[in-house]
Write a new protein. Sequence first.
Length: 127
Amino acid sequence: MSAAAPPPAGDTLARLAAIIATRRPEAGGDPEKSYVARLLSKGPDAILKKIGEEATEVVMAAKDADRPKIVAEMADLWFHCLVALQAYDLHPQDVLAELARREGLSGLEEFALRKAQARDSESRPGP
């Protein structure tokens, strides 16, 4: 008997993001009862620190070539990235749209384009 196909990634991310949104303290999330509410109430620095910790754990798992641990640590990293998106009033669809925009572009072309755009914005006079 074959395993059921996993749901499309966008669906899973959207559902998880919707749950995270309900944990916002201003949406009634209780920092005493919810890890996400507690993290969101601490602000961006706490969230970004957690992302850094999780990213390091992904790197260490990958260095050990521990496939199950890579998956588990990557899930932790993605989760905390979803919390960060929520903190900045962004959604997984925003990231998926950016990935779709880049689809079909050479990574080197994309990098060169971003570098040129950064140069252009630096050369423009400020307000």
